[in-house]
Ligand binder design. Structure first.
Ligand code: NAD
Length: 493
């Protein structure tokens, strides 16, 4: 099967086909470019000279030739309208179809601002453009076997592939693997639980290192053991790490990849809700110190992320609930449709996972290294991390601690009504809404909060992320020590 990219104008197919083909070591095949070469002039000129019907006929011919001749692992991008042809749709059946997902308003901006200077006949008017997107979106959804998000960041772009059943077996995983396996061997870092459940879904790695499950193993000692296993197994700079697991494995494996021989690529295969909606994207990697969480680490963007929501079917209910807190956090940051859906309760489906991934990737694309907007993602985490540290990374799951941190952040934001609503949402999932009953030292949590690594000078307070409303986030907010103490004390009653 070839990988065939479909999607609307401005989705970024031309960029993605080049990036994906380079990663797989093949030549990109872009039907728009090939068609323009066949015409001997730009596509818009052809539209003008002979009209849309004649253009579509020529496009159908070329695309069918391309699809019939495509070899396994070829990467082909199709013009946005080409899938209107039933012949093209039939020809797609032999290939794996990646639907490139894009927010229509982002697509419009992209076409206006970073177009190739070529006028697009179907993108002259914003309303007509958005209406055409709405009309075609169901067709793209129906045809796509897998959703592709093309993650952009200052230090490199990468594919995020999302689809139920994407990793149902090793051959399917191989068909979407975002690196050239013939040139790069894989070294898998995982945890024992995940390996026993899902190890066989990936092709046999050249080497493997598994930690016992849990946050208490996200340490430098684990990293050292992983580096040693990589060195003993002869892992070279041409090889890559696979992070198979939840956020703990992802952070540890990403850190090992960032530092082993000064950096090798990492492919994330997230297996928890936390990892599928949040931690697998954006390139933050690291380990905990006894003094504070995530205190040692590096930015290291993935070479690709493969997301199969089916893997969540085995996740224990308590882990699913804890992971849902990151969904809630993302929805509070994003506002709009995602917030409406999440605040209404209900299960997390593929659409919600996709919306969370999209939200995070957009934030990271604008501020990869946390100097501004990315700090929004820390909503609820300042107090949440402090709770985790003070309780020795053992009492609360990460998501549970962040849920408590969200309650503190909403109190500090002065949003009493929203805090009450969020509290109900947490309670409905049997998540903790207070520290009561636990022997937790409130003063120690306040002290640990002050040690948060978002602080930039030893003598300054920690900048907080606060909300004005869902979708309206303020970063770098100063919080008075007595207000912080009151917000944490409130959790203890
Ligand atoms: N780097 C980032 O941007 C970022 C963002 C958010 C969170 N994080 C980090 O993520 C970590 C929390 O991640 P987590 O909640 O995924 O925890 P985790 O990785 O510890 O996984 C939770 C538990 O679920 C088990 N498990 C994993 N996948 C499973 C599956 N499919 N079926 C059955 N069991 C499964 C694991 O073995 C483990 O016991 C924290 O360390 C946090 O700091 C990082």
């Amino acid at each position: 099967m070839a990988l065939v990219l479909i999607g609307f104008m401005g989705a970024g197919k031309s960029t993605a086909v080049v990036g994906l083909a380079a990663a797989l070591g093949v030549t990109p095949l872009d039907s728009d470019l090939l068609l323009a070469a066949r015409f001997g002039h730009p596509l818009a000129r052809e539209f003008e000279l002979r009209g849309e019907e004649s253009f579509r006929a020529a496009e159908e011919e070329l695309v069918c030739e391309l699809l019939t001749g495509a070899a396994p692992r070829d990467v082909v991008a199709l013009g946005g309208g080409s899938v209107l042809s039933s012949r093209v749709r039939d020809a797609l059946a032999d290939h794996l179809v990646l639907r490139l997902d894009v927010d229509p308003s982002v697509a419009w901006e992209r076409i206006r601002t970073d177009g190739d200077g070529e006028e697009r006949p179907l993108a002259r008017d914003r309303d007509a453009f958005l209406a055409l997107h709405a009309e075609r979106a169901p067709l793209y959804e129906e045809l796509g076997d897998v959703t592709l998000l093309w993650a952009r960041s200052a230090s490199g772009d990468y594919p995020v592939l999302l689809g139920r059943g994407l990793l149902r077996d090793a051959s399917r995983a191989d068909s979407v693997w975002p690196l050239d396996r013939s040139a790069s061997r894989s070294f898998c870092i995982t945890d024992e639980t995940v390996w026993s459940l899902y190890g066989e879904r990936l092709s046999e790695p050249a080497g493997k290192f598994a930690i016992p499950p849990g946050e208490s193993h996200k340490t430098l000692a684990s990293a050292e053991r992983a580096w040693t296993a990589m060195a003993d197994g002869g892992t070279t700079r041409a090889d890559h790490v696979v992070a198979l697991g939840g956020g703990v494995v992802g952070d540890l494996a990403g850190f090992c990849a960032a530092t082993y021989q000064r950096g090798v690529p990492v492919v994330h295969v997230p297996t928890t809700l936390v990892a599928q909606v949040d931690s697998a994207y954006g390139g933050k990697t690291g380990v905990d110190l006894p003094a504070a969480k995530n205190y040692v680490g590096a930015y290291h963007q993935p070479a690709g992320v493969l997301v199969d929501p089916e893997l969540l079917d085995t996740l224990p209910a308590a882990e699913l609930a804890a992971g849902w807190v990151e969904v809630l956090k993302t929805a509070l940051i994003a506002g709009g449709e995602l917030w409406e859906r999440v605040s209404a309760g209900g299960d997390v489906d593929e659409r919600t996972i996709l919306a969370c991934a999209r939200t995070k990737l957009a934030i990271v694309a604008a501020d990869e290294r946390d100097s501004g907007g990315r700090q929004a993602l820390n909503l609820g985490h300042t107090v949440g991390h402090a709770i985790e540290t003070v309780t020795g990374y053992a009492r609360y799951r990460h998501g549970e601690a962040v849920g408590l941190g969200l309650l503190a952040a909403l109190r500090l934001s002065g949003l009493d009504g929203l805090r009450a609503h969020v509290r109900d949402l947490l309670r409905a999932r049997a998540l903790p809404v207070s520290l009561s009953g636990d022997e937790v030292d409130v003063a120690a949590i306040v002290v640990a909060t002050a040690r948060d690594k978002k602080r930039t000078r030893a003598d300054t307070t920690v900048p907080f992320v606060l909300l004005d409303a869902p979708g309206e986030v303020r970063v770098g907010c100063e919080v008075q020590p007595e207000d912080l103490r009151a917000a944490v004390e409130e959790l203890a009653v």
